[in-house]
Design a protein around this ligand. Structure first.
Ligand SMILES: C[S@@+](CC[C@H](N)C(=O)[O-])C[C@H]1O[C@@H](n2cnc3c(N)ncnc32)[C@H](O)[C@@H]1O
Length: 365
């Protein structure tokens, strides 16, 4: 293609080179530049994310005791396995939240829409959105004026969720975003053309330790205006057998979910974990309400990260802390709200009192 000039016909119909550029060539040039810029931007972003992933996992695996961050569980395969976990009968958390939404959606709607019928729903870590769809269907049926903005770290999750919601609710305004919600606080703050209701469901908050949960809630508080609301799912303390069954499932999905992070390191960081050399185990401490997931090394072994000139040694029986799932009581929930600048408006329980969805507002006093 000739891009520096163009060919023009002269009076004799003969083609002659000219230095002018036609409009269509300008747009080709523009699109090409834009495309190159997008590719460069995408590559830089990918390199930055891979580097951060490598730094985090190498830091965790070089520590004593070893740990990995559960936020890396959710590559596309991890998200698919998690969706299977949520559908297991043993994983009672899904059924509890579904029951709360099905039975109490009108009261939830009245409180979301109190003082202003129009609001925006921003869901952090939205997942498959199956539970949220119950609320959205109800809100659409009430002629509520709202936009739904699901945020998730997995691109596949966001595109499947957007597709599913658009099929189920064609009139819904949906504006999905892929990314880390920690890095989206400014964007959430700028989203202020009407009242916003932030959703943080599935007891995701329980994957943070006390300090992390506090600083996360303080950040959310800073991104909210005085009429905004926060709706959080909390898994409650209960019989330890019920809790342990949810994570030590007979189908082995939770083990696969944990081991998938080793697979992800093999694929994205060219590590050489041999998955059969690790085993998943879950523990629950009744006193603190902490459920903890670990991988144990079944033998003394070395894992290599050749691209980073690093290798990690595992002793036989050595543990890698993978994830915590905190279980709460109402006193802990009230304290968390108070300490991060919120006030509990209302708690919505399921019939077994296993779970609570707690609606918080920004404390003004
Ligand atoms: C435990 S699942 C819960 C999904 C959904 N909230 C529910 O209750 O069904 C956690 C979801 O959060 C997403 N996620 C995890 N860490 C995230 C982060 N830092 N930023 C954005 N999304 C995140 C995962 O991809 C996953 O879809």
């Amino acid at each position: 293609m000739y891009l520096n000039g163009c060919w023009k016909s002269n009076q004799n119909g003969r083609k002659k080179k000219s230095n002018c550029i036609t409009l269509s060539q300008i747009s080709v040039l523009f699109l090409r530049q834009k495309c190159l810029f997008n590719i460069k931007f995408y590559c830089m972003k990918k390199i930055r994310l891979t580097t951060r992933f490598a730094e985090d996992v190498l830091k965790g695996l070089s520590s004593t005791p070893k740990y990995l961050s559960s936020k890396y569980f959710y590559d596309d395969e991890g998200s698919r396995i998690f969706q299977k976990i949520m559908q297991m009968p043993e994983y009672y958390l899904t059924d509890c939240e579904l029951e709360i939404f099905q039975k109490q959606r009108q009261k939830i709607y009245e409180l979301f829409a109190l003082n202003s019928k129009s609001f925006d729903l921003i869901e952090l870590g939205a997942g498959d959105g199956i539970k949220t769809a119950i609320l959205l269907e109800h809100f659409v049926g009430q002629d509520a004026a709202f936009e739904y903005m699901p945020i998730d770290i997995s691109g596949e999750v966001v595109s499947k969720l957007t597709q599913m919601m658009s099929n189920r609710l064609p009139s819904l305004k949906i504006n999905g975003k892929t990314g880390d919600y920690f890095e989206m606080m400014d964007a959430i703050n700028r989203y202020d053309h009407c009242k916003k209701v932030l959703l943080f469901l599935g007891s995701n908050i329980g994957n943070f330790n006390e300090q992390e949960a506090h600083s996360f809630l303080v950040k959310l508080h800073a991104a909210m205006q005085k009429n905004d609301l926060l709706f959080i799912g909390f898994d409650l303390k209960k019989d330890s057998n019920v809790i342990l069954k949810a994570y030590n499932d007979p189908q082995g999905y939770t083990a696969a979910f944990n081991l998938n992070l080793l697979k992800r390191m093999n694929r994205e960081l060219r590590a050489d974990f041999y998955l059969d050399n690790f085993e998943h185990e879950e523990f629950y401490d009744v006193a603190t309400g902490r459920a903890e997931s670990y991988l144990f090394s079944l033998k003394k072994q070395m894992v290599n990260f050749p691209d980073f000139h690093r290798n990690i040694t595992f002793e036989k029986g050595e543990s890698v802390f993978m994830e915590m799932s905190q279980k709460y009581d109402l006193e802990m929930i009230n304290e968390m709200a108070k300490n991060s600048g919120f006030e509990v408006v209302r708690n919505f329980h399921d019939s077994r009192l296993y779970y609570v969805n707690s609606l918080w507002k920004v404390r003004t006093r």
